[in-house]
Design a protein around this ligand. Sequence first.
Ligand SMILES: O=C(O)CCC(=O)C(=O)O
Ligand SMILES: [Fe+2]
Length: 276
Amino acid sequence: MATKIKSLFRLPAPTKADIDSFHYDGYIVYPDILSDDARKNLISEITGYEPVQHYLNAMAPNFVEPNSYFIRPWNERKICSDRLIDDPFITSLLRSTIGEDYHFCHSALNIAPRGTGAIPYHQDHHHWRHENPINLAERDRYYVQILYYPNGFTLGDRNLKVIPGSHRVAPTETATPERMLAGEFDVEAGRQLGEKRLSLPPGSMVYINARIFHAVEAKPLDSPQPYRIFNIDIFKEAGPPHRYTQEIPPEWMVRANATRRKLFTREAYTEGCWAS
Ligand SMILES: O=C(O)CCC(=O)C(=O)O
Ligand SMILES: [Fe+2]
């Protein structure tokens, strides 16, 4: 009998409405989706990671710091963070949105303390702005970002915001977020494009098509939350490397089962890898 793997998530699989939202809006929001144990373990793994601990200790007690902590790729993953990569819920989400043929691209970790500045509207599909044949051919393939907010965020306090439907606009030089918000691409998108600011409780996740424009607001100096934790896993349809497709640490490969090995078996980004 097959053993049922216990999930870190409260839901077994996405619903039909979730998948529709992914295609129509370009993202799915899952408030408080991590189980209580998973959320607590993820937070303690991240804050217990030595460089993060060092960073947090150095800025205590006020947690006001001009520079946020950022690491990419984030390879020092412990039990819970490691399981995020192919938890049954994540596998189910990826299969039902982009299909079977995908790879793990890379990960990152960010700690944003009070005083962290805003991130302007951007897309994260790293092939779009590179005019060479490989990248042009890749532009319509899926590149999915899974954003985790273990301690959540509130409006006006390092909140994520998105332009729902902006993934439907062809990625040309003229398709800027300013013009989208001014209504110039409503016809192409098939809807009125506008900004949606999110607010999410601890243990939340946002699953996005990296073609949507998204941004992050600043963290005020008087924020009641000392720092916001953000970790991200990125997956891509099988194909050439993206800008940040990471080297897989050899020890990950050694302990990977067959399914995971398939996720990891792809070329990493290296200087010159796009030259044909
Ligand atoms: O910090 C966030 O909430 C999202 C950051 C972001 O846009 C990204 O990592 O691509
Ligand atoms: Fe982004």
